[in-house]
Write a protein that binds this ligand. Structure first.
Ligand SMILES: Nc1ncnc2c1ncn2[C@@H]1O[C@H](COP(=O)(O)OP(=O)(O)OP(=O)(O)O)[C@@H](O)[C@H]1O
Ligand SMILES: [Mg+2]
Length: 582
């Protein structure tokens, strides 16, 4: 039985004006107008049989106009009594088919026809709403691959699903002010992903708040902190050796672009690193690799040896002898570069990069590391590695963009070099993305380089099976190019006007009005729009079973508590000095 079989007498009114996706309906019955609410669904009769146009109420206007304005007749001495003209503005969002092929009650996001002038408009309420939302829910399910998010605010009994294929294929964004529920929404998605037998996800956990996610499908990894440098090796501790950095990374990190000698320093760096990589390959008898390697090739080399060469050049005389002769080409020009490099080497917070353990200096380390990130380790051969949560909480903020981008681009590079039939899709969840994919960054800064790597993934990832999920509380501070490549939006409460306007610009024009809801959403409530969701809608996200450790602190409760906690300030200062929580 067709879902939408309205009697003419149920109609709100008829269509007065139409443009591509917007319709104005005049409503005569004030009672009906009163019952109507913004963001509710309505159905318009289509000119095609068996089809109905579905729309969302954008605006309800009850207006008094004088007869004159309506009729344009010359006014007499006395003004005619005002009459009411009540209109409803509607945005069309799709078409509902009683039958399509073999299926009945099918909703599509296309508008195959537009309503005719005078077409009747009906509110979708009560049982009709429930049936419609059930149909949407069911249909999102029959597409297979469903990711459950929560329930529709319009009708709490209907479960809201995303098409998970489309969600990851065309990248996604999760935005919302602090405390609006992004991390919880992420956990809700992750816990479903983790149950799949061949899931493959990397989650960048910047504050270490996802350590609560547990289960067979979840692996916890962390970037080594200062305390890990002397500890026995452990499988979950990650090092990211300096030799993985590209020439550009090294330059942005080690060389001060404002110095007059910067070009000389960069040139010497490139030359010396290439030379050391060659030596390492020769020592390992890698004749094949020797033919094609460049300064950027991921080949371990000895940084101490590079430093030795630099020190030599910095004091060298032109004829190779010492006193009396002319100064060498680089004499005195490398001093500041050398001291920066020495500082980085001595900085224990950078130990995960600058002083990696011996194993991480071997050629066979990279395949093991890549496997860990991309395809599961040998002790879990069946799984593709499941969900890998990488804790970045001990990474210093100035190099965070570099580290996050290096890991992401390593994943991308491996995917690129994997033949298509062997490639296993992977999604990268970037929480707190504004910290490492910023919109404005100084040219040739660490962040600018990071943004370029992420841009590349956003633009080309789809072809190589790399999906991005960008999560941020400040969409206005996240790189625009990357956001514009995302086709799915989960927007939680956003109070800042600048952030709202960024989201508004990302949505299709006809749905722009939807964003007026952003500041009034409840915690855990989201506007969900995009490729992956059949009906652009407001959804209450179900709480995850395993909640991230991101609870909002109750100041007043804590302050009023009797007894109190053990005072941890002295310990905190100690941890701060040691740069480690442990
Ligand atoms: N779906 C939900 N249902 C009920 N409460 C929720 C939901 N999501 C979040 N909350 C509440 O809001 C708090 C903050 O959520 P969450 O940590 O996800 O915020 P966030 O958006 O990630 O913030 P930040 O940007 O600061 O990381 C949670 O501790 C929880 O109490
Ligand atoms: Mg969060």
């Amino acid at each position: 039985m067709p879902l939408f079989d309205f009697a003419d007498s149920d109609s709100l009114g008829n269509v007065r004006a139409v443009d591509t996706a917007n319709v104005v309906v005049a409503v005569e019955n004030v009672e009906l107008l009163r019952k109507l609410q913004v963001n509710r669904l309505v159905v318009l009769r289509s000119s095609k049989a068996g089809q109905h146009l579905v729309g969302v109420v954008q605006k309800i206007i009850r207006d008094a106009v004088t007869e004159k304005a309506l009729t344009d007749e010359p006014a007499g001495d006395e003004l005619p009594p005002p009459v009411e003209q009540n209109v409803v503005r509607i945005t069309l969002i799709g078409t509902f088919f009683d039958k399509k092929g073999w299926e009945t009650n099918v909703f599509r996001r296309t508008l195959e026809s537009v309503p005719e002038i005078d077409a009747l408009c009906f509110p979708v309420e009560r049982e009709k709403l429930t049936q419609f939302m059930q149909a949407i829910s069911f249909q999102s399910g029959t597409d297979g691959q469903r990711l459950s998010l929560g329930h529709y605010t319009l009708d709490e009994s209907a479960e809201a699903f995303l098409n998970a294929n489309r969600f990851f294929q065309r990248h996604a964004v999760i935005v919302g002010s602090t405390g609006s529920g992004k991390s919880w929404a992420t956990a809700r998605l992750i816990e479903q992903i983790a149950e799949l037998p061949n899931a493959n996800v990397v989650l960048f956990d910047i504050h270490g708040e996802y350590h609560t996610l547990a289960g067979a499908g979840v692996q916890h990894l962390r970037i080594a902190g200062p305390a890990d440098l002397d500890a026995p090796p452990s499988k979950e501790v990650l090092f990211l050796p300096y030799w993985l950095l590209t020439y550009e990374d090294m330059v942005t990190m080690m060389i001060d672009g404002k110095e007059t000698n910067a070009p000389n320093q960069a040139m010497v760096l490139a030359r010396t690193v290439t030379e050391e990589k060659r030596k390492a390959l020769e020592a390992a008898n890698q004749t094949e690799l020797l033919k094609n390697f460049t300064v950027d090739s991921p080949v371990p080399y000895d940084l101490e040896a590079v430093l030795e060469t630099l020190r030599g050049l910095d004091v060298a005389r032109a004829d190779g002898k010492s006193a009396g002769s002319k100064a060498g080409d680089f004499n005195g020009k490398l001093t500041r570069f050398i001291s920066r490099l020495e500082n980085k080497l001595a900085d224990r917070r950078l130990g995960f990069m600058m002083t990696p353990p011996k194993e991480a200096q071997q050629l066979d380390w990279l395949p093991k590391f890549s496997k860990l990130l991309l395809s599961g380790t040998d002790d879990q051969p069946k799984k593709q590695g499941g969900v890998k949560v990488i804790d970045f909480s001990e990474v210093p903020s100035d190099v965070l963009p570099l580290v996050a981008a290096r890991i992401a681009s390593l994943i991308f590079a491996v995917q690129q070099w994997t033949p298509k039939d062997k490639r296993h899709p992977i999604a990268i969840f970037c929480d707190e993305a504004h910290l490492y994919i910023p919109d404005r960054s100084e040219a040739d800064s660490v962040a600018a380089a990071a943004v370029r790597y992420f841009e590349r993934i956003a633009k080309e990832g789809r072809k190589y099976g790399v999906g991005l999920v960008v999560i941020s509380q400040r969409p206005a501070e996240v790189n625009r190019t990357i956001l514009s490549q995302c086709n799915n939006f989960i927007a939680l409460r956003l109070t800042n006007a600048e952030d709202q306007s960024v989201v508004r610009r990302l949505l299709p024009d006809s749905l722009g009005g939807f964003t007026d809801l952003l500041p009034v959403l409840d915690t855990g409530e989201a506007l969900v729009v995009g490729d992956a969701c059949l009906l652009p809608s407001r959804i209450r996200i179900t709480e995850p079973k395993q909640r991230p450790d991101s609870a909002t602190v109750n100041f007043w409760d804590e302050w009023s508590a009797k007894g109190g906690k053990h005072n941890g300030v002295a310990d905190a200062v100690l941890s701060w000095r040691r740069q480690s929580m442990t």
